[in-house]
Design a protein around this ligand. Structure first.
Ligand SMILES: NC(=O)c1ccc[n+]([C@@H]2O[C@H](COP(=O)([O-])OP(=O)(O)OC[C@H]3O[C@@H](n4cnc5c(N)ncnc54)[C@H](O)[C@@H]3O)[C@@H](O)[C@H]2O)c1
Length: 265
């Protein structure tokens, strides 16, 4: 039985990789899906391929005006949002000039990574809370990373931004609980998932397969994960009021802990 029947959902960064897999899976589960991205051609093609109950809207997660106009559209068209997936993210390696190691980091590159990975999530949470509270229900899912739980020497901004996403998720969850809004906010922490994000690191065709194998051998399950596996976790998080494996949280006994799904590692 579809688990997201009649749910209105929005996914950022849905032109590619994990965001696309989540959009496809949500659609399979009966949801109406608003796919958003800055890669408009691919995003629109993905929405068209899904057909009914799917549409594409341009949304640069760094731009508050974009968030305002997308939520104005949601209000006018659906008058609600049930699930927001803050998925859009960048490593900073191909997108900025870097470097990204702690000793030599380029400050502008550092800010650019945080603008997408952290400011984008904070803005998404802000506007989702304002709309979801009107119906006393909603689920916000923030795609953090294993990198948010450990350091990454050559990608300090990425690791820092993902750790901040983890922490902001808890602030949002606790704030919504305090306000009695009925809104859940959880983070998912994928390990290495084979998506276009890795293209820059996997190198040319001749070495790609060997590099994928080497990366996979460093993962406890012996392989890189798939976007579909993260999408499965997102469906469970969107659907359920609680999931097993509660982790982290706040000292107060009055407030529920937010949940983190740690995948693969
Ligand atoms: N692939 C992995 O191993 C992995 C592991 C842990 C976490 N993640 C996280 O999962 C999320 C998705 O990553 P992916 O692997 O699918 O990467 P991807 O590069 O395939 O997809 C990222 C998408 O985000 C979009 N995007 C980039 N900047 C944007 C912006 N400013 N506004 C809106 N959209 C923007 C891109 O156009 C792209 O479609 C990211 O947050 C990433 O950090 C990925």
């Amino acid at each position: 039985m579809p688990r997201l029947d009649d749910k209105v959902t929005l996914v950022t960064g849905a032109a590619s990789g994990i965001g696309l897999a989540i959009a496809q899976r949500f659609h399979d589960e009966g949801a109406t899906v608003v796919l958003t991205d800055i890669a408009d051609t691919a995003g629109a093609a993905n929405a068209a391929a899904l057909g009914e109950r799917a549409r594409y809207v341009h949304l640069d997660v760094r731009e508050e005006d974009d968030w305002r106009s997308v939520f104005a559209m949601l209000k006018a068209e659906y008058d609600r949002l049930d699930v927001l997936v803050n998925n859009a993210g960048i490593t900073g390696w191909p997108q900025t000039k870097g470097p990204h190691d702690p000793e030599h980091l380029d400050l502008d590159s550092w800010h650019q990574v945080h603008a997408t990975n952290l400011d984008g999530v904070a803005l998404g949470c802000k506007y989702a809370i304002q709309m979801m509270k009107l119906h006393h229900t909603g689920s916000i899912i923030n795609i953090s990373s294993r990198a948010g739980l450990v350091g990454v020497p050559a990608a300090a901004a990425y690791a820092s931004s993902k750790a901040a996403v983890r922490n902001h998720t808890k602030s949002v969850a606790l704030y919504c609980a305090q306000q009695g809004y009925g809104i859940r906010c959880n983070s998912i922490h994928p390990g290495a998932i084979l998506t276009p994000m890795w293209d820059f690191m996997l190198g040319p065709e001749e070495t790609r397969a060997a590099n994928i194998q080497a990366l996979g051998s460093d993962v406890p399950i012996g392989r890189m994960g798939t976007p579909a596996e993260v999408a499965h976790a997102a469906v469970r998080t969107a659907h359920r009021r609680r999931i097993a494996g509660r982790h982290g949280g706040h000292a107060s006994k009055k407030l529920p802990d937010p949940v983190e799904s740690q995948l693969l590692r």
